[in-house]
Design a protein around this ligand. Structure first.
Ligand code: BGC
Length: 765
C-alpha cells in the first residue's frame, strides 16, 4: 500500500485590456530567462558530470520520501530528521531528491530546519557538494505549510474564467512554497477532466481542452516567473502525462482505453501548451493506456514528449510506479526488468520512494551493459540543469528574502476573490437570491459546518479531511453566514452526514422558525484512491434530508461543495436557488455567504457539463451523432446531450444581452487572421462580471467534427446600462483538428462562430 491510512496525512499514514481578464491563447512562448544562460549552465553541468561516478549519477536520478531520513520510519508520524539516516541517504547514496511531508503541514520554521539539515550534508559532506532538490505538492496553495494561503481547486479556478486572478493566486503559491525552502512544485494537473467519477476530477480544469491549455499555461508562467531562480518562483511540474484522467471505470489508476486520435485531440494539447509555457518538469501517469503502462512507453515518453512536444526538462515518475510495472501492471517479470523498461522509455528520476532498489538495480544494469552510461548521463544532465536553474548551486538553503513573502495579509483577499469568482449560480427561481440580511435562516446539511468539505484534498494533509490541522480562523459556511447576518438570525442543525443519516428530525423541527433554508450538500475531502466511489449520485442521506426539508414548505437554497459533480436530479426541481461552490478553499465560507446575501454577484461558468444521469456522461463538445435522431413521433426521447446544466452555464444577479456578432472578413486563407467582435450590455440593475465565450463549429470535416468547441473567452465587468465591444482574434490553428494520419490540420470549408445565442460564419479556403 502506498500510504497507510492511519489517522494522519498522505505519507504517514490576446490582448488584454482594462477590465478584460483573459485572452485567447498565445501560440508560441519564449523560454524563461534562466534559459538565456543555457551555454553557461551546460558547461557547468558537463564539467560536473565528467567528475561523477556511476553511483553518484544514479543517486541523482533517485527520489526518496522524507520518512527515509527520519528516525521512526514509514507510517509513523513526523519526529525529526535523524542525522545517521540522512547521511545514509544523501552522503552514502548521493540521493538527488527528497519529497513530501509526513503527518501534516509543518511551520515554515520546521521546513527550514529540515531543508537546512539536508543541504548541510549535501553541500558540505558529499564529494561533489551537489544540493538536493526537494519536491512537494502545493496543489491549491501550499498544502503542507501551516498558515499558507489555500485557494480554490483548479475546477473552481476554471469556473472563474479569470486568468489574471489565477495568475495572482499561483504567484502567491510559488512565493509561499519558496518561502518554505522548497523549489519544486508537483503542479499543475493539466489532465482534461472527462470522467466525473474520477476522484481527481476536482484537481483538473474541467472537461474542455482549451480551458486546460490556458489555465495550465497560466499556472506555470505564474509559478516559474520570468526567472525560476528568483526567490519568488518555483519549478512547476505538468502532470500526469498522459491520459490519466479518463479511466474507463472512473477508478483512480485503473486502465484507460483512448484511441490515438482522441489522445492527440483531447489529452495532448494541454501538455503541449505547458511545454510552450516553459514548464521545467513532468510527472507520468500511473495508469495504462490501451494495455501499455505509460511509465513503460518509449513512444509516449520519448517520441511524443521529447520528439514532438519538444520537452527538454526532467521526467519524474509518479509514486512507486517503476516498482508497480512489476507488482501491479505485470509487464515486467522482475523489478530489475521494470527499471530497465522505464529507463529505456525515457524516465529521468524515479519517485521510488521507500528504498534503494532503483538505485542498486540501475547501477547493476549499467555495469552489466544492459543500459549505456551515456543514457544515464542524459538524465543526470537534465537533473543538474534543473538544480542550476532554480539556483540551488548558488544557495541551496532557505532564502531569507523569500520568507518575507509568506502569509502576507493581502493574500487572503486574493483567495476570497478567487473563491467568489468560481461560485456558479445555476438556479434562481423568481430571483430568490440574494437573500435579505434581515431574515431568519436555517443552515443545514453535512457541508454546513465543515471546513474540510470547503478545502478538499491536499489541504494541510494529503486527504485534507482532518479539521484539527486547519488554521483556527478557517470559517465554515455556517460561521460565515453568522458573521454576515448576525448569530441571532441563524439556526443550525446538521440533519445528515455526507453518507450517513443523522438527526433529520431536528433539522425539520428547526425549519419551523425560519424564513429560508440554506442546505449545504456535496462531498467531504478526499484524494486519489481513497476518493474512489461507485455511484455518482448524491448519497441517500443527503437526498432524504432535502426531501424532508422541502416538505416543510420553506424555501430551500442548495449550496454544493464538492470535488466532482454528484448527481442530484431527484431534488433539483423543488430547490428555489442553487449555488455550485466546488472546493473553494480557505475563504470558501465567506465567499459563499457574500454570494448568498448579495455582497458579491456570482460570475462563475461551469467548466464541465453537470450530469443529470449516470448513464449520460456526455461532454459539450460531443459529436453530432451523440444526439439521437430517429425519435418516435409523439414520444418524448432524451436526445444525447442532456446534462443537468450545460458547460459554460452560470447565472448572475444582473442580466446581459449580446448583439452585433461580426467578423472582419467572410473568407480567410493561409495564415490570415480573422477578427470577431460582439457587443455585450448589462441590462440589469447591478454591476456584474460576464464571461464572453466564443465557440466554433466546423460544418463538415474528414473526421466527424464536434458540435462546438470553445475557442476563446474574456471576462468583463459592466455597470448597469454599460455596454462593451469584445474582440477575439483567431487564425487557422484555432479551427484545426487531428486527422486520420494524426496530423493537426485545418481543412478548407465553412465554419460557424457562436457567442451566446448569436451566430455568424466564414469560409476557410
Ligand atoms: C500523485 C501525484 C503526486 C505524488 C507525490 C502521487 O500519488 O499521483 O499527483 O504529485 O503522489 O505526492
Amino acid at each position: 500500500m502506498k500510504r497507510p491510512f492511519l489517522s494522519v496525512s498522505k505519507f504517514a499514514l490576446s490582448t488584454c485590456f482594462a477590465l478584460i481578464f483573459s485572452c485567447t491563447e498565445k501560440k508560441t512562448e519564449t523560454n524563461s530567462k534562466s534559459d538565456s544562460s543555457t551555454d553557461d549552465i551546460d558547461q557547468k553541468v558537463q564539467s560536473l558530470l565528467s567528475q561523477m561516478t556511476l553511483e553518484e549519477k544514479v543517486g541523482q536520478m533517485t527520489q526518496l520520501n522524507l520518512n527515509m531520513i527520519l528516525s521512526n520510519g514509514y507510517g509513523a508520524p513526523f519526529d525529526s530528521v535523524q542525522i545517521d539516516s540522512l547521511r545514509k541517504v544523501v552522503k552514502d547514496r548521493n540521493i538527488g531528491s527528497i519529497l513530501n511531508c509526513i503527518d501534516h503541514a509543518y511551520t515554515v520554521e520546521k521546513w527550514h530546519e529540515i531543508i537546512t539539515k539536508i543541504q548541510d550534508v549535501a553541500t558540505k559532506e558529499t564529494r561533489l557538494k551537489i544540493p538536493v532538490i526537494y519536491g512537494i505538492d502545493a496543489i491549491h496553495g501550499v498544502t503542507f505549510t501551516q498558515n499558507s494561503t489555500l485557494f480554490p481547486h483548479n475546477i473552481s479556478l476554471a469556473a472563474s474564467r479569470n486568468l489574471e486572478m489565477v495568475q495572482k493566486a499561483e504567484g502567491i503559491t510559488a512565493m509561499e512554497t519558496r518561502a518554505s525552502g522548497i523549489r519544486w512544485n508537483f503542479d499543475p494537473v493539466v489532465d482534461v477532466g472527462r470522467q466525473p467519477l474520477w476522484s481527481r476530477f476536482g484537481e483538473t480544469f474541467g472537461e474542455d481542452v482549451y480551458l486546460a491549455k490556458v489555465f495550465g499555461a497560466a499556472t506555470i508562467k505564474a509559478q516559474q516567473g520570468a526567472d525560476v531562480k528568483s526567490s519568488k518562483n518555483v519549478a512547476s511540474c505538468m502532470k500526469h502525462f498522459l491520459g490519466y484522467s479518463m479511466p474507463i471505470t472512473g477508478k483512480d489508476r485503473s486502465p484507460s482505453i483512448i484511441p490515438e486520435i482522441m489522445l492527440r485531440e483531447i489529452f495532448l494539447p494541454p501538455f503541449q501548451a505547458a511545454v510552450n509555457a516553459g514548464v521545467k518538469t513532468v510527472m507520468i501517469n500511473s495508469g495504462e493506456i490501451n494495455g501499455t503502462p505509460v511509465h513503460s512507453s518509449k513512444y509516449l515518453l520519448t517520441d511524443v514528449l521529447r520528439g514532438e512536444l519538444g520537452f527538454k526538462g526532467v521526467v519524474v515518475t509518479d509514486w512507486e510506479d517503476i516498482i508497480r510495472l512489476h507488482t501491479r501492471h505485470k509487464i515486467a517479470s522482475t523489478h530489475k526488468e521494470a527499471v530497465k523498461i522505464a529507463i529505456d522509455a525515457g524516465i529521468d528520476m524515479s519517485m521510488v520512494p521507500h528504498d534503494y532498489s532503483f538505485y542498486f538495480l540501475l547501477i547493476e544494469l549499467v555495469k552489466e551493459g544492459q543500459i549505456k552510461e551515456s543514457r544515464i548521463d542524459e538524465s543526470v544532465a537534465r537533473i543538474l540543469r534543473l538544480k542550476h536553474e532554480v539556483g540551488l548551486f548558488e544557495n541551496a538553503y532557505p532564502e531569507k528574502e523569500a520568507i518575507a513573502n509568506f502569509g502576507k495579509p493581502e493574500y487572503a483577499k486574493v483567495a476570497l476573490d478567487a473563491a467568489t469568482e468560481g461560485i456558479t449560480l445555476v438556479k434562481n427561481d423568481q430571483n430568490i437570491l440574494p437573500l435579505s440580511k434581515g431574515k431568519r435562516i436555517l443552515v443545514t446539511g453535512p457541508g454546513a459546518n465543515s471546513i474540510t468539505a470547503l478545502n478538499g484534498c491536499w489541504s494541510h494533509t494529503w486527504q485534507g479531511n482532518m479539521p484539527q490541522f486547519y488554521p483556527e480562523d478557517t470559517k465554515s459556511i455556517l460561521e460565515a453566514i453568522k458573521d454576515e447576518i448576525g448569530e441571532k438570525n441563524v439556526v443550525f442543525s446538521e440533519g445528515a452526514g455526507f453518507t450517513e443519516d443523522k438527526d433529520m428530525k431536528a433539522a425539520v423541527a428547526a425549519a419551523k422558525s425560519v424564513d429560508y433554508i440554506v442546505l449545504c450538500l456535496g462531498e467531504d475531502a478526499y484524494a486519489e484512491q481513497p476518493g474512489v466511489i461507485d455511484d455518482l449520485e448524491l448519497p441517500e442521506s443527503q437526498l432524504n434530508l432535502a426531501k424532508a426539508l422541502y416538505a416543510t414548505g420553506k424555501p430551500v437554497i442548495l449550496v454544493f461543495v464538492e470535488g466532482r459533480p454528484r448527481i442530484f436530479r431527484k431534488i433539483e426541481p423543488q430547490a428555489k436557488g442553487i449555488l455550485l461552490a466546488y472546493w473553494p478553499g480557505h475563504e470558501g465560507g465567506p465567499a459563499i455567504a457574500d454570494v448568498l446575501f448579495g455582497d458579491a454577484n456570482p460570475s462563475g461558468k461551469l467548466p464541465f457539463s453537470y450530469p443529470r444521469f449516470t448513464g449520460n456522461i456526455v461532454p459539450y463538445d460531443h459529436k453530432f451523432t451523440d444526439v439521437i435522431q430517429e425519435l418516435k413521433p409523439g414520444i418524448e426521447t432524451k436526445t444525447g446531450y442532456y446534462p443537468q446544466y450545460p458547460f459554460g452555464f452560470g447565472l448572475s444577479y444582473t442580466t446581459f444581452t449580446y448583439s452585433n456578432l461580426s467578423v472582419d472578413k467572410k473568407e480567410i486563407t493561409g495564415d490570415d487572421k480573422i477578427s470577431v467582435s460582439v457587443v455585450v450590455k448589462n441590462t440589469g440593475n447591478r454591476q456584474g462580471k460576464e464571461v464572453v465565450e466564443l465557440y466554433s463549429r466546423d460544418l463538415f470535416a474528414s473526421i466527424t467534427p464536434s458540435l462546438k468547441r470553445l475557442r476563446g473567452f474574456k471576462k468583463i465587468s459592466l455597470d448597469p446600462g454599460q455596454e462593451q465591444k469584445v474582440d477575439f482574434t483567431l487564425d487557422k490553428s484555432d479551427f484545426a483538428f487531428v486527422n486520420k494520419d494524426y496530423q493537426t490540420v485545418t481543412e478548407p470549408g465553412e465554419f460557424e462562430l457562436m457567442v451566446d445565442t448569436l451566430k455568424t460564419n466564414f469560409i476557410y479556403k
